[in-house]
Design a protein around this ligand. Structure first.
Ligand code: TXA
Ligand code: MG
Length: 342
């Protein structure tokens, strides 16, 4: 398959991408969180192509992206009053709301679930593309299923060249991890995935927010995942990832003791000089927003430039604010393999 590549600023690029979407094709688009692999959300056949291209399990639902608040009425059967308060505070932006779906949303998009995930992205290219396509766009992260999410167009190119119709390059994503997923189809609202809007920000608007235990813990045997995405291993490079919970000097000592062929480390900026093995820094220890921005790229580099077989990752020191999203992605990338030196 021919894959078109456009710089998002190029004359006619968005129009050409929108034409492909109208015909049922797949286009990767930049958003403020990560790149999304977009298709017409009201076309079940187009949605099926997303699952095929990603190798994604068909029960894992897609997020539907809108560019106008009025499109919620098209998609959601019941809209609790919290939606307007959340939209006022966080939309356009990195928040996905799960609401009871209307019949026009194909089962392919929701993985057969009765709810639909809706997000109004703030990235101007994503907004304009939705407008030009004239329909909401279903878009999961534009990575092969299980791989780290893409925070640049190069990452998308790496995973999908020859497998999708086009890639719109809007430069690196600002946030770097995916949107926050909040289930509003039950009360109190439940956080299913931490992301670009923090738990504390949600609590400030809503009061009580339940935090699903699967955000930080493995699913109990036989228990159904509240969000299908939670039951799959995620964000993983090919290398084996081990999360190391430790104070900085202990982490450095541990890693240096494990110096061997194929062993690498993801550390914080402040630790880089201390390490005697191949290492990459993914932000300052005290800046979880910087960590979020760097994280997926660093996980990709572990394979693509370090060719590591084993990578020890220094666990973020705090799960407050954006720290919860960073911890959630890492614990999943590690398949819950944690060494605790604290
Ligand atoms: O930031 C983002 O959210 C990016 C950009 C492209 O917008 N998209 C994204 O999509 O991360 P994806 O498909 O990689 O992750 C969506 C997550 C999955 O874990 C999925 O299981 C969950 O949201 N989800 C979506 N709709 C759901 C629903 N109706 N019920 C439960 N979970 C749902
Ligand atoms: Mg994803």
């Amino acid at each position: 398959m021919k894959t078109f590549y456009w710089k998002a600023g190029e004359a006619g690029a968005l129009e050409a991408a929108a034409e492909i979407l109208k015909k049922g094709g797949l286009v990767a688009m930049p958003t403020e969180t990560v790149y999304g692999l977009a298709a017409n959300a009201l076309d079940g056949n187009a949605a099926r192509k997303i699952f095929a291209a990603k190798g994604r399990p068909v029960d894992n639902p897609l997020i539907v992206h809108i560019s106008d608040m009025k499109q919620i009425d098209l998609l959601a059967a019941k809209i609790p009053e919290q939606v307007s308060r959340l939209a006022k505070a966080f939309w356009p932006g990195p928040l996905t709301l799960l609401l009871p779906k209307k019949a026009c949303v194909p089962d392919e998009v929701t993985g057969g679930l009765p709810t639909v995930g809706i997000r109004f992205p703030s990235h101007p290219v994503a907004q304009r593309l939705i407008e030009l396509a004239g329909v909401p766009l279903a878009a999961p992260s534009a990575n092969l299923s299980g791989h780290p999410s893409p925070s640049t167009a190069e990452h998308v190119w790496h995973d999908f060249f020859g497998r999708i119709d086009g890639i719109l390059d809007g430069g690196p994503c600002q946030i770097g991890v995916e949107s926050t997923v909040l289930n509003l189809s039950e009360q109190p609202p439940r956080l299913l995935r931490p992301g670009g809007v923090t738990l504390e920000q949600l609590q400030a608007v809503l009061g009580t927010v339940e935090v699903d235990p699967a955000i930080t813990q493995p699913l109990a045997e036989g228990k159904q995942a509240p969000s299908p995405g939670m039951k799959y291993k995620h964000y993983s490079p090919l290398a084996n990832v081990t999360l190391v919970r430790a104070a900085s000097p202990d982490f450095c000592r541990f890693v240096n003791m494990h110096r061997a062929d194929g062993v690498a480390a993801l550390c914080f900026d402040e630790e880089k000089e201390e390490l005697l093995i191949p290492c990459l820094a993914y932000g300052s220890a005290s800046d979880s927003w910087a960590q979020a921005r760097r994280l997926f790229e660093a996980l990709r580099e572990v394979d693509d430039s370090m060719h590591a077989k084993q990578v020890y990752v220094h666990c973020p020191p705090s799960t407050v604010g954006m720290g919860l999203a960073v911890y959630n992605r890492l614990i999943r990338a590690a398949g819950f393999e944690v060494i605790d030196l604290d």
